[in-house]
Design a protein around this ligand. Sequence first.
Ligand SMILES: *[C@@H]1O[C@H](CO)[C@@H](O)[C@H](O)[C@H]1NC(C)=O
Length: 378
Amino acid sequence: MSSYGGNSSQIQSVPLVSFLFLFLWMLSSSSSLVVSVVNNNGCNKPAVLFVFGDSNSDTGGLVSGLGFPVNLPNGRTFFHRSTGRLSDGRLVIDLLCQSLNTRFLTPYLDSMSGSTFTNGANFAVVGSSTLPKYVPFSLNIQVMQFQHFKARSLELATTGAKNAINDAGFRDALYLIDIGQNDLADSFTKGLSYVQVTKRIPTVIIEIENAVKSLYNEGGRKFWIHNTGPFGCLPKLIVLSQKKDLDSFGCLSSYNSAAKLFNEALYHSSQKLRTELKDATIVYVDIYAIKNDLITNATKYGFSNPLSVCCGYGGPPYNFDVRVTCGQPGYQVCDEGSKHVSWDGIHYTEAANTWIASKILSTAYSTPRIPFGFFCRN
Ligand SMILES: *[C@@H]1O[C@H](CO)[C@@H](O)[C@H](O)[C@H]1NC(C)=O
């Protein structure tokens, strides 16, 4: 709906039309309101985004960087081929890009000719955590890759390359950070106790703060920070957990408690950053609340059992077997029309990601409640 923004003067000169629009708006149900919010974010000029994170946001970085194969049926729903995304289709970040009228982000490590970085780059890679530092592709390495990218891009811009991002482009860009899940989940998987895992939270938060400050020092002013989801509800982690302290929904209580503690700390950290970096916009998004609503109310939203994997092996209750994961010989996959929450035991399906993205774009889970369209390029 980018033409809507472009026609605003025309709409002002026809008051009847705008009243009618307002009337229809008021009549519309809450679900179609969400759709309207998604569409109205359309930018006239494609936005520039830089993404830092893990597999929740990896649009092909693992494949480009390490040549690690990601096979079909990954990608079957939207792309009809494997793109390196761990899902049947688009990720939340893809849907956010689409709402800003910008192309899907190219992974930073994608060196193939024809790769374009005019709308930003994606530094997120499967498996990434904030710690340990200086290990591919921890958060500070992703930031260092960004610094290299920026220096090279400015160099190209000064030599007259038309589409290279210049200083203004880096200042106006949106910097999205979604990381921390692996720091916590891997610690549990390695056998650390709840107390040991939660003791690590402050150091993880400091890494995220340092990343925001580095990006700010590079000129970034617009930040979008996702908190971490209820990873105690991820089927793979439930199957692999040593201590099965399941809550009434069948999720691991200690894992979700750790996620909530991490999120509280991240919330306070983004508040602190807002006072320290005065001219920056820092939006904190409660992904936990969104995913928790989807998982606990799955049937109400038309989804099937959220703890059962679409692409896996082994049958009920989880359909997950670490020896036969999605895309490996022997896997089984659900029908394409079915609405599963979990794609492969860790990652969400496109259907779930679409639901999650619409909730993100509703601003109801954002602090402060800034519409995503704010990140359109001026
Ligand atoms: C599930 O839905 C009910 C009813 O709409 C709501 O009150 C509850 O908060 C939802 N659960 C979560 C975790 O959001």
